[in-house]
Design a protein around this ligand. Structure first.
Ligand code: LRH
Ligand code: MN
Length: 424
């Protein structure tokens, strides 16, 4: 569904007066509002192709209607998100859920919607129809070399699709592990996995990166062969300069200090990117910033500090991706909320007075250090983020526009109420 420009202008015009007042207030409150606005306009988050339909659990899945029936319709839906917030300018594909039958056409359609292709995702955690060997007992860790070979070949095939689309990175998440003590020789599982990843690494084009995504548990519930940041860092370090770790916020054990993990991976130059979501218990894949917004702020605080310490480009040097599942919300509204939460938190992290914070740390002035962080976190930057959207040609209130224009109702009319999108 295309957004008509005049409708967007009418919508923004109706909200302009109140927005101006709010924006002028915050712009007067902060240092370098123009610099921060440019960083917000440049910051692009990749939308997962597997999260445009209704997600479910093993118990149930309640379809919402109007879901995309093809990769083309998925690109249109992400194009709609990007038209509204101008911060969703990339799509992350999952193979084989979203195989580009005609890569040139898909690439052209994405470009028409202002989208580029971010990291490609392989899938050796499911058995596909007609697949020779099963991944029931793992893929790259498997005791049978033929199964490992099958997994390697799949990843190389995914790289080929990515090259055709202009992607420059591959995310490998392995569900491999064990459910019971004694089931697995951990050392051999690690070595098999490393050897397999090395074969995939060898097939990477020069300009590409490989992201090794770790996860503490699920679907295996005793051990996971890429189970935490330390194991992922071990693989990435042994693989080479093009290999990095990928931090999915939901993949940690309870109370893990993710911001410290991020700071150290960044320090080592081995942080590749993120799968943003939120969670209260396990890998809940909930809306970004909906459960632990202060943790997300502390993570972005370490990102800004660490990236500036290494002179990195905030927008291009790390992979910014969402990885969420929408069990009860409209997928597009949920994604709009997640992108908004990321931009708000990034803006707050840019407000931190780094010099004053360093001075407080050098004096062990804990109270002042905490006050400096919370001053930024407690600053309402929503008008700043809205102004960035407005200047980029987007909507002052994306969800308001989405609902006023009855986008979901129109998608249901167009596609039907029973359509099911590929993905989780
Ligand atoms: C695993 C994961 C991984 C994806 C999948 C859809 O939990 O986070 O990133 O491949 O979700
Ligand atoms: Mn993930």
């Amino acid at each position: 569904m295309q957004i008509e420009k005049y409708k967007l202008e009418e919508h923004n015009h109706s909200l302009q007066k109140e927005h101006r007042r709010r924006f002028e207030f915050i712009a007067a409150e902060i240092k370098d509002p123009e610099g921060i606005l440019q960083k917000l306009i440049d910051f692009q988050v990749a939308i997962p192709s597997w999260a445009l339909g209704t997600g479910g659990t093993r118990f149930a899945r309640f379809a919402g209607g109007g879901e995309p029936r093809s990769l083309e319709e998925k690109i249109e839906d992400i194009g709609l998100l990007h038209a509204l917030n101008k911060s969703s300018g990339a799509i992350s594909l999952h193979i084989p859920w979203d195989i580009p039958e005609n890569a040139a056409n898909i690439k052209a359609l994405a470009a028409q919607n202002g989208l580029r292709f971010d990291a490609m995702n392989s899938n050796t955690f499911q058995d596909q129809p007609g697949q020779q060997l099963s991944y029931k007992f793992g893929s790259m860790q498997h005791v049978d070399k033929a199964v490992r070979k099958q997994a390697v070949e799949h990843n190389i095939e995914v790289i080929k699709y990515g090259v055709e689309l202009g992607s420059e990175s591959l995310t490998v998440w392995l569900s491999d592990g064990s459910c019971f003590p004694g089931q697995l020789n951990f050392r051999k599982a690690f070595q098999h996995t490393l050897e397999s990843l090395q074969e995939v690494y060898a097939a990477l084009p020069d300009s590409w990166k490989m992201f090794v995504e770790y996860k503490a548990f699920e679907p295996n519930f005793y051990s996971t062969t890429v189970g935490d940041w330390g194991q992922s860092l071990l693989y990435a370090s042994k693989l080479g300069d093009k290999a990095y770790t990928l931090v999915d916020l939901g993949h940690h054990l309870p109370n893990a200090n993710i911001e410290q993990i991020v700071a150290l991976l960044l320090m080592e130059g081995k942080l590749g990117g993120f799968h943003f979501n939120d969670s209260k218990y396990g890998d809940d894949d909930l809306t970004v910033g909906s459960i632990k917004p202060y943790q997300l702020f502390l993570i972005f605080n370490e990102l800004v500090e660490g990236m500036d310490a290494r002179g990195m480009n905030h927008n291009t040097d790390l992979g910014w991706m969402i990885d969420a599942s929408h069990n009860i919300k409209d997928p597009l509204e949920d994604l709009l909320q997640s992108v908004e939460a990321i931009l708000i938190t990034y803006a707050q992290a840019l407000l931190v007075d780094r010099q004053k914070l360093t001075e407080a740390q050098l004096k062990n002035d804990v109270v002042t250090a905490q006050e400096i962080l919370q001053q930024a976190f407690r600053t309402d930057v929503r008008a700043l983020v809205a102004e960035a959207r407005l200047r980029a040609g987007g909507s002052l209130n994306p969800i308001g526009f989405y609902r006023n224009e009855k986008v979901r109702e129109n998608l249901i009319k167009q596609r039907g109420s029973k359509t099911v999108a590929t993905g989780l």
